[in-house]
Design a protein around this ligand. Structure first.
Ligand code: AMP
Length: 298
């Protein structure tokens, strides 16, 4: 049976990450990379993005292994997007040290015909104008559009983000971002304000406290898998987004998508970069899902 295809647009990056214990540079990362690896366990993936001629061989082979459709992945002269981040000792707070857009600064994708007709689209974290350009090129009126964002876009490009939200079906957002966007501290109030902005479903991620899904007729509350040794939280939200969208594309329920997404996010933070996402066994993931299924509150 052929799998469904999720179209992912987001960043493809070389990351420099500092935690209180260690420092690593030039890790192959970006929101697309983390989402892709996670999603590919459940569906085929088509990627839209751009890399520079400095992208390492390791990155090329990663994209070769995990992405089924790469016709809209462009390689151009110049520098790959670079991001640097530093985590506080509590793991929850992170400072951005630098963002060098490189080849992303004038990336203006024109989608190939097949990518204009995908059933599931994940607009992973990237400038909302780029997210909107994908929405405008989509020709499938029934496409399910999932969006992720970050505090930077809420603070600097709110009108663009509002346009994306009004055309989206599902919003994935952190608890602190939900407060920033709605001015509501209470989760239920924030979710209700977010549902008014366009999406039919809002998932608020609460880090080590799990996640809650809200729609007009559903409220699900899941806990988090207790990770013993957090190594690097980078990409957890993207791994969550990839698995969530890909599960829905294979016909799973919101509940099941939440379970798989939470499991993949917990795996992601156990290594720097994408190492654990790539090498986690199906058995480990199943065990996490079994444990997580007992944490539902409704
Ligand atoms: P997360 O930890 O889920 O927020 O995702 C971190 C990933 O997002 C890193 O791999 C970064 O390369 C990428 N990232 C960070 N800032 C940005 C940005 N402004 N635009 C696009 N991607 C970003």
């Amino acid at each position: 049976m052929s799998k469904n295809t999720v179209l992912i647009v987001g960043s493809i990056a070389l990351d420099s990450v500092e935690t209180s214990l260690e420092k690593k540079s030039n890790l192959v990362g970006g929101s697309t990379t983390y989402s892709l690896i996670s999603a590919s366990r459940y569906s085929d993936v088509a990627v839209v993005g751009v890399i520079g001629d400095d992208f390492p061989e390791e990155g090329h082979s990663l994209y070769k292994s995990y992405a089924k459709h790469v016709e809209d992945l462009k390689i151009v002269q110049g520098k790959t997007f670079r991001w640097g981040g530093k985590y506080h000792a509590n793991w929850n707070d992170r400072d951005t040290l630098f963002t060098d857009l490189g080849v992303f600064s004038d990336f203006n994708p024109i989608l190939s015909e097949s990518n204009k007709n995908r059933s599931h689209i994940l607009l992973a974290n990237i400038h909302p104008a780029l997210q909107f350009s994908i929405i405008s090129q989509n020709r499938n009126p029934n496409a399910l559009i999932v969006i992720d964002t970050m505090n930077l876009w809420i603070e600097t490009t709110l009108p663009d983000l509002m346009k994306v939200l009004s055309s989206s079906n599902i919003l994935l957002i952190n608890e602190s971002e939900s407060t920033l966007l709605t001015n509501q501290k209470n989760l239920v109030d924030a979710a209700s304000a977010l549902l008014d902005l366009g999406p039919d479903v809002v998932v608020i991620k609460k880090g080590s406290n799990g996640a809650e899904l809200f729609s007009n007729n559903e409220h699900l509350e899941i806990g988090a898998f207790p990770v013993k040794d957090v190594i690097d939280p980078t990409g957890a939200g993207d791994a969550f987004a990839g698995a969530f969208t890909a599960c829905l594309s294979s016909g799973e329920s919101n509940r099941s998508a939440l379970l798989h997404a939470s499991a993949m996010a917990s795996i992601c933070i156990e290594s720097f970069g994408t190492e654990r996402l790539q090498n986690a066994s199906n058995d480990e993931i199943s065990k996490r899902i079994e444990l997580l299924s007992k944490t539902f509150k409704s």
